[in-house]
Design a protein. Sequence first.
Length: 137
Amino acid sequence: MNTIASFPTTAETWLDERGKGAWIAAMVLGFIFVWPVGLALLFYMIWSKRMFKGSGCKARKHNTNYGFKSSGNTAFDAYKADTLRRLEEEQSNFEAFLERLREAKDKSEFDDFMDKQAQAPKSKKAKDDGDDDVIVA
């Protein structure tokens, strides 16, 4: 009885030791064979934040070795870390530039829209004034 109760804990530990790929494989197999099990695993992975742990750019940005093992050559490792840091800085600068470009384009489109809206009542008033001048005999 005790082994049945400890099975989920044992399975969780076993999957954690093998990483996110094992969790995803278990989820996919669960969907294939018994879909509620796959769905339960998906919800558990999201709830326990296992789905988002240890991967992605945010996790790598705070790691100084960028997920690479040391080559044994400290000069090369320092060069590699400096180059990767510089590339990340360039990427963030480029993303900031793109954001400023999008904002400028949005502002330009909005200004054009506002100019057209401001001209629309003038055009309508001119058209209305023109109809009053018509003399019907």
